[in-house]
Design a protein around this ligand. Structure first.
Ligand code: ASP
Length: 344
C-alpha cells in the first residue's frame, strides 16, 4: 500500500528558534533542528518532505506576500501530498490561517498550521506534541481514503480548530489559541478524536485546487474607546487610501450615539467605504438591532461582521477587495459565510 505523504512547510516562529549566544534573543534556526530534536518524525509510517522558506521569519514580520507564496506552494505541490503542515509563529498564525482559508478554493486536503510557545530544543517544549499530532491530523483519512479534515486548521495544545475561527488568547500559556465562536474540530488525548459534524467537506474530492492570490490591503482596524475625538475618527475612516475599516465595537455591536460620531460614519459610507462591525468581546456576535447605538450604526450603512474574529474579517476583506473593485459587491459578500468564518 502507498504510504501517505506530508509536506512540512517551515516559515519560522518560536518552534524552530534558538537563543543567539551574542544578544540572547530567539532567532530562527534551519530545518535540521527538527530532525535532530524530534527523532520521532522518523517513526511515522509516512513520507515526510520539507520545504523551508527563505528567509525564516518571526511571524510579526508576516506580510500578504508570504500568504501568496504559501498558496502557490500548496497549489504547485497539491497532487504530490495527502496533507500539508505549516510551521508558523504564533503571533500572526490566526491571520495567516484565515487568509489561506479564503485563498485556497476546492481544498480537499488538510492544511494544518501549528507552532509552539517554547522552542523545540527546550526540554519543556510544547512544540514536539504540536508537530507530531499535526502530522497525524494532516495524514488522517477515512475508510474511503478521503482526508478527515479537508480544511485550513490550527492545531495547538491538543485542540484542533478551524483556522478562520481562531485567535491567539495567551502570550504565555501552552493553551495559546481559542475558537470562541465555533466548536473544536477535534481534540487530542490518548487518541485524536475528530468531530465530523463541525468539519467542512469539499463539494468535490477530485476538483483541482484553485487559488486566488490577489489581495487588496487597503483596510484599517479601529478599536472604539471612550474619549475618541472627531479628528482622530475622521482621519481613520475617511482617509483617501482606505477602502474598508473594521470597527471593533462594544458588546453586541454598540457604538456611541453622539451625532458627530454617526455623521462621520455616514460621511465615510457616502464616500463608498465599507465599514464592518465586529465586537471587542472575545465571545459572541454583533447584533445591530439590540441597542440604540448598534441600530444607529446599521442605519448609517455599517455592515455586520457577525461573530467573525478580527483576524478573519481582515483577511476576508483583503481577499474580497482583491477580487472586485466594486465596494458594494464586496459589502454584500462580507455578509455571507465563504469558508465557515461566520455563523450564517
Ligand atoms: N514571535 C514569535 C512568532 O510569532 C512567537 C511564536 O512563534 O510563538 O514568530
Amino acid at each position: 500500500m502507498k504510504k501517505a505523504s506530508i509536506l512540512l512547510i517551515y516559515t519560522g516562529g518560536t518552534i524552530g528558534m534558538m537563543k543567539d549566544p551574542v544578544d540572547g534573543t530567539l532567532k530562527p534556526y534551519d530545518f535540521s533542528v527538527f530532525m535532530e530534536e524530534v527523532p520521532e518524525l522518523r517513526k511515522f509510517a509516512l513520507k515526510i518532505d520539507s520545504y523551508t522558506f527563505d528567509p525564516l521569519i518571526d511571524s510579526s514580520d508576516v506580510e500578504p506576500s508570504m500568504w501568496q507564496a504559501l498558496a502557490e506552494l500548496i497549489r504547485d505541490r497539491y497532487d504530490d501530498y495527502d496533507g500539508f503542515v505549516v510551521l508558523h509563529g504564533t503571533d500572526t498564525m490566526a491571520y495567516s490561517a484565515s487568509a489561506l482559508s479564503f485563498m485556497l478554493d476546492d481544498l480537499a486536503k488538510p492544511v494544518v498550521f501549528t507552532g509552539s510557545q517554547l522552542p523545540i530544543g527546550v526540554p519543556r517544549t510544547d512544540g514536539k506534541e504540536n508537530l507530531i499530532s499535526s502530522i497525524e491530523i494532516a495524514s488522517s483519512m477515512d475508510a474511503e481514503g478521503h482526508a478527515i479534515v479537508p480544511e485550513v486548521v490550527i492545531y495547538f495544545n491538543s485542540k484542533l480548530m478551524r483556522g478562520n475561527r481562531t485567535t491567539k488568547t495567551s502570550s504565555e500559556n501552552f493553551d495559546a489559541f481559542s475558537s470562541p465562536n465555533y466548536p473544536l474540530l477535534g481534540e487530542a488525548g490518548i487518541n485524536i478524536r475528530f468531530f465530523p459534524e463541525y468539519i467542512r467537506k469539499p463539494l468535490s474530492w477530485v476538483a483541482p485546487l484553485r487559488i486566488n492570490t490577489t489581495l487588496d490591503t487597503r483596510v484599517s482596524i479601529l478599536k472604539l474607546h471612550p474619549g475618541m475625538t472627531p479628528d482622530v475618527l475622521k482621519h481613520l475612516l475617511c482617509g483617501k487610501e482606505t477602502r474598508a475599516v473594521i470597527i471593533e465595537t462594544y458588546g453586541s455591536g454598540n457604538a456611541p450615539t453622539k451625532p458627530w460620531f454617526l455623521d462621520i460614519i455616514r460621511e465615510a459610507v457616502a464616500m463608498g467605504k465599507i465599514i464592518v462591525n465586529v465586537t471587542q468581546c472575545l465571545e459572541g456576535a454583533v447584533n445591530m438591532s439590540l441597542y440604540e447605538g448598534g441600530k444607529a450604526m446599521h442605519d448609517a450603512g455599517v455592515t455586520s461582521g457577525y461573530d467573525g474574529t478580527t483576524e478573519s474579517t481582515l483577511a476576508k476583506l483583503f481577499f474580497l477587495l482583491g477580487l472586485s473593485k466594486d465596494n458594494e459587491a464586496v459589502r454584500t459578500r462580507m455578509e455571507a459565510s465563504l469558508k465557515g468564518e461566520i455563523s450564517k
